[in-house]
Design a protein around this ligand. Structure first.
Ligand code: PEP
Ligand code: MG
Length: 752
């Protein structure tokens, strides 16, 4: 049973479209369960009805025509109650509704299971039998299990475009895919699929601009791969057993086979670019080995794929260097790495769309820094065929439209224009103070990561850099940057903002910020080796970074160093000692560096409860609400399954923040917020009410927050905070804050 189940799910996941997926389901389930009928009803997102979308056993002409409202018929009942029914004789059930078009009068036994995804009924899966009988427990278990797996797949398919319209009328949301908001803004652009390094399956099809050139690149890549393998084999002489080393000989042999090369060439000539042609050839050759009886031969399939990845790596380094981007590029991928973003010239990047992740993923953080709309967490789907297609990215509502209808494009053009007008209005605030209506001054800081942020941030009129995420330059490289390289980057940042203070956070990798060249495999990375825990364990990484920062501040004196993920007093003590050691050693080398202010991020719950003790070792605090929310609520900040639960307006988070801001002030330590909460105008009212006087955020939020601050009094903000603290859930708080923004004449910020 398990094998049958896996086979069906795999086939469905590989289907080219929803229609094909449903056909596979009905035929395979009917065969696997040996029943007379299998049908799928799918919820029509436009009209709230369940439509017969595929059947094996009922009259095929009924497909697309039979529709049942929620609660209507047995199918509607199952969808509404979200509970299965198992009936010996369907016609005897009080909810039974007969449709003559189906020819179902012949069937008695009836088993229907709901397809539920995130509490929503997506459809109903039904099997029917001629005989009067109740389905057995193992059959029910089988259908329930299939249903559980298919619900998610169905919800990810673009249902709107697959369901035949009920009656001619306004067009449904064609090509609409709902994800999660990543970075605010709307854009209309062209999809670019960045090829992740050496991931054969992720390579998209593309017509070659010049087939002869593609062929030449391929031959060069194969030649270079052969040379590289020979060199590796030589290097390993004496260090690996002959048997292990023989693997290189096998690789070189496979590479030398004409048929592999010629197959790729043939595919290029018939219209695919070299990486796409390579992907198909490698898959075909690997399949031949996979089918072999002999386990040794079967294992050769893995060798073929390993070689494919090596050639691909070489081909892509060619391609990324020469790649031409459209002027309105929207990068779309599983996870769009910073390295891929950095490949696109800044003026040509219009949006970012990721199948994984959420608002606090680093790609989203980064998009906000650049002021580029982003949508995250679209869910797994095959995107290989949409390179170069038009797309609308709605970063406010977290949705995208692929191949949008002209009417949708028109609507979004209007929104883009509205955005432009709002930006023009906000631009008038640049040189004005961030002061409340009752004359309380608020310091505004900037969150930056890449050097490109500096250009974007020019003339924003901020008071400081509240968070420089030093891991970003590490994430855009293929190897660790050495001390001198880091020095040059940090110097540029410190110089760009001097004499304003720049808070540089030490390397915060691990969790959702992996480095491709420093892989760590952990069961639970967010609770694992991340941030300060990792750098304290690796002085060989930590000390060069501290030295580079300290050296970069010579003559500028605007460096503040901050440590991420501090959870224990020992960690802050050890981190401080590391700074002292780096300064001392530099001094011994004749390089005297000014002493920086030292700060800790407050993002781990234990730190929130240790403010008096931590205060003995730091000069300032900065609250990281992104991680703090994740750890307080025990909700992974990147997991789309629990994204609904991740909310910094949860009353528990609000109470914790109020407490920690009060404690830090009592201890006489300045405190700021540098997480996303400070960038959200509604939430910022609460922070203002808590007495927070320094906010740090990405460039795109600065003027919006300034507008809010200039329109509010600190007293009013306090009243709003007290009301929020009496509420029971985040949604109620959000509604109240939206209302407050509207009353203060800031309704235009609500959407954002
Ligand atoms: C935070 O956790 O709120 C924060 C600012 O740090 P990061 O998002 O980089 O983890
Ligand atoms: Mg953090």
């Amino acid at each position: 049973m398990l094998a049958k189940l896996q086979q069906i799910v795999q086939r469905v996941n590989a289907a080219a479209n929803l229609h094909e997926a449903l056909e596979i389901i009905v035929h395979r389930v009917k065969a696997a369960m040996d029943t007379d009928v299998c049908s799928v009803y799918v919820r029509d997102p436009v009209a709230p009805q369940y439509v017969l979308m595929a059947t094996d056993g009922l009259n095929p002409s009924a497909v697309g025509k039979i529709r049942m409202a929620a609660g209507e018929g047995i199918v509607g009942l199952v969808a509404t109650r979200q509970e299965l029914v198992n009936l010996a004789n369907a016609a005897a059930h009080p909810s039974y509704r007969y449709f003559p078009e189906t020819g179902e009068e012949r069937f008695s036994g009836f088993l229907a299971v709901p397809l539920v995804h995130f509490r929503q009924s997506m459809g109903v899966l039904v099997v029917q039998q001629r005989t009067q009988r109740v389905f057995a427990e193992d059959e029910v278990a089988f259908l329930v299990t299939i249903g559980a797996q298919l619900a998610a797949t169905l919800s990810y398919a673009a249902l709107g475009s697959a369901i035949p319209p009920h009656e001619p009328g306004p067009a449904g949301p064609i090509g609409l895919i709902q994800g999660l908001p990543g970075a605010p803004g709307v854009t209309i652009g062209t999809i670019v699929l960045p090829s992740p390094l050496a991931e054969l399956d992720a390579v998209a099809n593309r017509a070659p601009a010049d087939a002869a050139q593609e062929e030449a690149s391929l031959r060069r890549a194969v030649g270079e791969t052969q040379q590289e393998l020979r060199a590796s084999a030589d290097r390993m002489q004496g260090r690996l057993s002959d048997e292990t080393r023989a693997i290189f000989d096998v690789y070189i042999l496979i590479l030398g086979q004409d048929d592999l090369l010629e197959d790729v060439v043939a595919r290029i000539r018939s219209g695919n670019w070299a990486p796409g042609a390579l992907r198909d050839t490698i898959a075909e050759h690997a399949r031949v080995f996979e089918q072999a009886e002999d386990p040794y031969l079967r294992a050769r399939a893995e060798d073929i794929r390993a070689i494919g990845r090596r050639i691909l790596l070489r081909l892509l380094s060619d391609v990324t260097a020469a790649k031409q981007y459209p002027s309105d590029a929207v990068l779309l991928g599983d996870e769009v790495s910073l390295a891929r973003v950095a490949d696109v010239p800044l003026g040509q990047l219009r949006g970012i769309v990721c199948l994984r992740g959420s608002v606090v993923s680093h790609t989203a953080v980064f998009a906000r820094g650049l002021g580029i709309p982003a949508v995250m967490g679209l869910g797994p789907r095959d995107v290989r065929a949409i390179d170069g297609h038009p797309i609308i990215v709605d970063g406010y509502r977290g949705r995208v439209f692929i191949d949008p209808l002209p009417a949708v494009i028109q609507e979004y053009r209007r929104l883009v224009q509205h955005e432009g007008r709002l930006s023009a209005k906000l631009a008038g605030l640049r040189d004005l103070e961030a002061t409340t209506t009752d004359h309380v001054h608020v310091g505004l800081g900037l969150n930056v990561g890449l050097l490109t942020d500096i250009d974007v941030a020019a003339n924003l009129g901020v008071d400081e850099v509240g968070l420089y995420r030093s891991e970003f330059p590490f994430m855009t490289r293929e190897t660790f940057p050495m001390e001198q390289e880091q020095y040059e980057i940090y110097r540029t940042v410190l110089q760009a903002f001097a004499p304003k203070p720049v808070t540089m956070r030490t390397l915060d990798i691990g969790g959702d910020k992996p480095l491709s060249y420093f892989p760590t495999t952990e069961e639970n990375p967010f609770l694992g080796w991340r941030g300060i825990r990792l750098t304290l364990d690796r002085p060989d990484i930590f000390l060069p970074q501290l030295r580079a920062m300290l050296r970069a501040s010579i003559g500028l004196n605007n460096l503040r160093i901050m440590f991420p993920m501090i959870g224990q007093i020992d960690e802050i003590k050890a981190a401080r000692q590391a700074v002292d050691r780096a300064r001392r050693e530099l001094g011994e080398e004749g390089c005297e560096c000014p002493a920086p202010s030292i700060g800790a991020m407050l993002e781990v719950p234990s730190a929130l409860l240790s403010i008096p003790a931590l205060s003995r070792y730091v000069d300032f605090f900065s609250i990281g609400t992104n991680d703090l929310t994740q750890y307080l609520l025990a909700v992974d900040r990147n997991n789309p399954n629990v994204a609904r639960l991740y909310n910094h307006l949860d009353p528990a988070v609000i109470r914790a923040l109020r407490g920690v801001i009060r404690d830090a002030r009592r201890c006489g330590k300045p405190v700021s917020v540098c997480g996303e909460m400070a960038a959200d105008p509604g939430s910022a009212i609460l922070l203002l009410g808590m007495g927070l006087r320094t906010f740090s955020m990405s460039a795109s939020a600065v003027l919006r927050i300034k507008w809010m601050i200039r329109s509010f009094s600190s007293q009013r903000a306090k009243q709003v905070l007290y009301r929020a603290m009496r509420m029971e859930c985040a949604d109620a708080v959000r509604t109240m804050l939206d209302d407050e923004l509207g009353r203060a004449g800031l309704g235009e910020l609500v959407l954002a």
